[in-house]
Design a protein. Structure first.
Length: 210
């Protein structure tokens, strides 16, 4: 009888401990970091990466859950009328990057998959930032939160917030979502969900769009 009671008490104690940890993580906002760190291991498998082995080929990946990838088959013209605001308050238009390949990523500090993929994007930016225009578009309600996050992580990525309406072709209910626009202003790739973009395969894909 005492053994059963002790086991029951031990279980309740475990539940209380786990519950307390969860509350602390959510109260401090660290749950995003913890979940993002765990998802980083999934990224290393490469299973979430966009299929870019044959560029400009009609392809559509089957999806399960929120992650999905659709390769743009007819390279529609990208809408360059996107107004952005940088941390200093300067207004920048997406059209100012025309002539370069554009890597545009929608993310938020509260989004674990966004946090998970960002270190690899930062490394990609370190290597290709002079050749490719990176537009990290924060979807946080308070842009200052994104700015503080970037500074805390010491990321060199250029971040922005929307300074105007978002064109319909970029509307997405998924975070993160990444759009790649080629140097001629065509939408070359849309990827919904996290991915490891710092791969030789993806770098070759970006170089093919110049």
């Amino acid at each position: 009888m005492n053994k059963t009671k002790n086991k029951r008490n031990k279980k309740w104690l475990e539940y209380l401990i786990f519950g307390a940890i969860a509350l602390v993580l959510y109260a401090t906002g660290l749950h995003t970091e913890v979940i993002g760190f765990a998802q980083r291991g999934l990224l290393e498998t490469g299973l979430m990466n966009p299929d870019v082995t044959e560029t400009r080929e009609m392809a559509q990946a089957s999806t399960s859950g929120p992650e999905s990838m659709e390769k743009i088959s007819e390279d529609p013209k990208a809408n360059m009328n996107v107004q952005l605001r940088d941390p200093e308050g300067n207004i920048v238009s997406l059209s100012e990057f025309k002539g370069k390949v554009i890597f545009m990523n929608f993310w938020a500090t509260w989004c674990p998959p966004c946090v998970a993929e960002m270190p690899a994007i930062d490394k990609l930016h370190e290597e290709m930032g002079d050749e490719v225009a990176f537009v990290m578009l924060s979807r946080d309600q308070n842009f200052d939160t994104a700015v503080v996050f970037k500074e805390k992580k010491d990321y060199g990525l250029p971040i922005y917030e929307l300074a105007g309406p978002l064109p319909a072709m970029y509307q997405s209910s998924a975070l993160p979502t990444t759009f790649v626009i080629d140097a001629e202003g065509n939408l070359a790739l849309t990827h919904k969900g996290m991915a490891d973009y710092n791969t030789d395969e993806f770098k070759k894909f970006l170089n093919s769009l110049k």
